[in-house]
Design a protein around this ligand. Structure first.
Ligand SMILES: [Zn+2]
Length: 199
């Protein structure tokens, strides 16, 4: 199996896991992975649920967004623009998960950084700032993501107001684990907020 085939399978595997874990529903969300030592990125397709993406349906793009390889003739997710912009801004990013998990997305509506309720979250997420809301696929959203990444050096994740989250990992598995930890952290913060104070 060549490298590209390997990454096609891996991207589908973690897309499916994101859906099954309920980090995203419907046809929302998109994942991508940079093919090491190249200026190309494999991105999930538009209009197909992450729960159903087959390896050959993922699309290989260059960093300018041109299609290099799409065996099934599909188009990349309309949010591929901000994935590519993050890869250009942060050369240390190997993969990106953009999903819409309910608890973390609910916290995003408060326009505040995520409350880091556990030691594990503080160690692994460090700081999860919140960026503004713009239409999916828009130039404004793309610019807002880039500003969020540039203004917060060292972050590996963002809340996207009224939308979802974005995590940046070394590998697709790493980006997925960050997204999973982020949602669990939001859930714990929420449960904690419902427990009455003991006098
Ligand atoms: Zn989205």
């Amino acid at each position: 199996m060549n490298d590209l085939e390997y990454y096609r399978k891996e991207l589908s595997e973690f897309s499916r896991r994101s859906f099954q874990r309920r980090l995203v529903g419907g046809t929302g969300g998109n994942l991508s992975v940079r093919i090491p030592d190249t200026d190309t990125v494999l991105v999930t397709p538009t209009a197909i649920s992450l729960g159903d993406v087959k390896p050959e349906e993922n699309i290989l793009l260059n960093l300018e967004g041109e299609i290099i390889d799409s065996p099934m003739g599909l188009k990349a997710s309309k949010e591929a623009g901000f994935h590519l912009a993050v890869y250009q801004t942060r050369p240390d990013t190997g993969a990106i998960a953009h999903v819409h998990p309910p608890y973390a997305t609910a916290y995003s509506n408060k326009s505040m950084p995520l409350p880091l309720a556990t030691v594990s979250a503080r160690v692994n997420l460090k700081n999860v700032p919140c960026i503004d809301c713009f239409l999916p696929g828009s130039e404004e959203l793309r610019n807002c993501v880039i500003e969020g990444v540039k203004n917060n050096p060292g972050i590996n994740s963002l809340l996207m107001k009224e939308h979802g989250i974005l995590t940046m990992g070394l590998t697709i598995k790493h980006a997925y684990y960050l997204a999973d930890l982020l949602e669990d952290t939001a859930k714990i913060a929420y449960i904690e907020s419902t427990i009455p104070k003991i006098a």
